[in-house]
Design a protein around this ligand. Structure first.
Ligand code: FAD
Ligand code: DLZ
Length: 509
């Protein structure tokens, strides 16, 4: 009797429940690289390299541990191209008694697998995914009966349940959240730690060659590829972050600086999402640094909140939302995504900087994703589904369960406020305060209307006016409507005319 242990490309953990309960003497691990997964969106080249190389390394490690691994490569001659068709072929090869799988992270894949199970003679068992701090039942129980779902309250429950940064029943230091300390702009004389990047080994180089051949037309470059592709290197990256960057993580969490893509961020999202790093362990290490006096509470609390708060919360939102979540469009935004989201060919220095670093690193930090490209798409009324597909393609850490709530919900408010209490609409002043982008921009951030005025300034008002009916009763933005109403008519007209001009030539901003 043997079982087939099917492991997907974002399940690269030795502690997977289907692996833990298997017998390495009898059972067979099955992994496959398939065209359907490499092309369901045009993934950034570095995302492809990261996942395929991490999968190959994981398979090697399992073999070294004594597992028998059946690994199908993308360029294998008989590769049939999808998870389910490859599973069918593997079942024919091995004739297992049953197949086991950990719950896929994506509804699309779950649906395919369930359909496969419905017609298969071989039973398939799906285990819960244990690589999160809480299980989905925890979120569902918390969400039950609540009129609104807000991350902050969910987060407090996870703090209590895990004991992280707790002193008895109270939060360490007396507050649950120290974000008021976390909004310092960065200046270019900051000492920025050199980040640990990893040399490509023979396996990664092979994958890079394949990606450059087979996916030549995809966005991005592979030259700067420096991601860890094994659990042990991911752990080294985490340790390096905790020692070198965590102490300043809080202070400069929202800052943006030209030429410094990473600032004090951790760069661990791809590792946690692919299963190379355990989120709870990352939090415990950060807590230990605080206990040892090596990192301040505002930094450690902010970091832990991103992981046990935001990350767990968006997963709950994804799995409790309608299946058409990525098609939601509460604000009826219909403009196509401008070409400079791929070419970086725009005069807006902030968008240019973020798209360029996204192209070169497959990375942008949270505020760049939210307040530069995200706010632009919100204000300009870009079709949320197109925006969603862009984000899902271009970031190395992008998997739909985490990307979609952040894009459709947080950045675009296209879910009508399920995830966030208000749209993150902001004028150019925010970017100017938190970055140095505006200094070198061809547009003037201090100019509100007319020629060369920063597009964010007039698009901000145009957005609010376009969506007045929907938003003006929201207490968190009603003040902006009062400001608008007090404005002189010719000023209002200038704003709307400037915005209209920009929207008419949106491809050329
Ligand atoms: P840090 O700033 O060091 O944060 C530490 C960790 O907290 C991250 O590694 C991540 O695991 C977690 N985290 C932080 N913020 C969030 C969040 N809002 N949601 C979930 N986890 C969070 N994150 C992804 O992992 N995949 C995505 O596809 C993704 N798309 C996003 C799209 C938009 C529009 C926005 C606004 C945010 C998105 N995020 C996404 C969240 C966040 O931007 C990234 O997790 C973060 O930038 C990763 O870099 P880091 O590891 O240096 O993070
Ligand atoms: C993202 C991705 C890519 C690009 N390629 C593969 C692959 O070839 N084989 C595989 O097992 N997984 C891949 N993945 C990750 C899957 O898309 C991921 O498991 C699903 O999104 C389910 O969360």
């Amino acid at each position: 009797t043997r079982n087939l242990i099917f492991i997907l490309g974002d399940q690269l953990s030795r502690s997977l429940p289907n692996l833990m309960s298997a017998d390495r003497k009898k059972d067979i691990v099955f992994m496959c690289e398939v065209a359907e997964e490499t092309t369901y969106v045009p993934h950034h080249k570095q995302k492809l390299v990261f996942i395929l190389s991490a999968m190959r390394h994981f398979a090697e490690e399992l073999r070294e541990d004594g597992w028998q691994v059946d690994y199908v490569r993308l360029d294998d001659a008989d590769n049939s191209g999808s998870f389910t068709s490859e599973l069918t072929r593997a079942v024919k090869r091995h004739k297992p008694q049953s197949v086991t799988l950990v719950h896929p992270g994506e509804k699309r894949v779950l649906g395919d697998i369930q359909r496969w199970r419905d017609t298969s003679e071989t039973p398939l068992k799906i285990y819960d995914d244990n690589r999160f701090v809480t299980d989905l039942a925890f979120f569902q129980k918390w969400a039950e009966g609540r009129k609104t779902l807000r991350m902050e309250y969910f987060y407090r429950e996870v703090r209590k349940a895990t004991g992280l940064l707790m002193q008895g029943d109270d939060p360490a230091g007396g507050e649950w959240n120290y974000d008021q300390d976390n909004r310092k702009p960065a200046s270019d004389d900051l000492f920025l730690p050199k980040r640990l990047r990893f040399e490509a080994d023979a396996i990664t180089r092979d994958v890079i060659d394949m990606v450059e051949d087979e996916f030549a037309g995809h966005f991005g470059t592979t030259e700067a590829f420096g991601y860890a592709v094994t659990a042990s290197d991911a752990e080294r990256a985490l340790d390096h972050f905790i020692k070198e960057a965590l102490p300043c993580f809080g202070d400069y969490q929202d800052a943006m600086l030209s030429g410094h893509q990473f600032l004090y961020h951790s760069l661990i999202s791809p590792y946690i999402n692919a299963g190379l790093l355990d989120p709870m362990k990352a939090c415990q290490k950060a807590e230990d640094a605080w206990k040892a006096g090596k990192a301040p509470l505002n930094a450690v609390e902010g970091f832990i909140r991103q992981i046990i708060g935001w990350r767990e919360y968006v997963r709950g939102i994804y799995w409790t939302s309608e299946d058409n979540y990525t098609r939601q469009n509460a604000l009826n935004a219909n403009r196509p995504l401008p070409g400079y989201f791929w070419s970086a060919d725009t005069k807006m220095a902030c968008v240019k900087a973020v798209v360029e670093q996204t192209r070169d690193q497959a990375y942008a930090h949270h505020i760049q994703r939210l307040m530069v490209t995200g706010v632009f798409c919100l204000l300009a009324g870009i079709d949320p589904h197109e925006v969603h597909e862009w984000y899902l393609s271009v970031y190395v850490d992008a998997f739909e369960w985490v990307e979609a709530p952040n894009v459709i919900g947080m950045a675009l408010y296209a879910d009508g406020g399920k995830l966030g209490s208000k749209p993150y609409a902001a004028s150019g002043a925010y970017i100017n305060r938190m970055s140095d982008y505006c200094e070198r921009c061809q547009y003037s951030v201090s100019k509100k209307t007319g020629e060369n005025a920063c597009p964010y300034n007039s698009l901000y008002w145009d957005f609010l006016i376009r969506n007045r009916e929907r938003l003006e009763n929201n207490p968190r933005i009603s003040r902006s409507y009062s400001t608008w109403d007090r404005m002189k008519d010719d000023r209002k007209a200038d704003y709307l005319a400037t915005a209209k001009g920009y929207l008419a030539q949106i491809e050329h901003l």
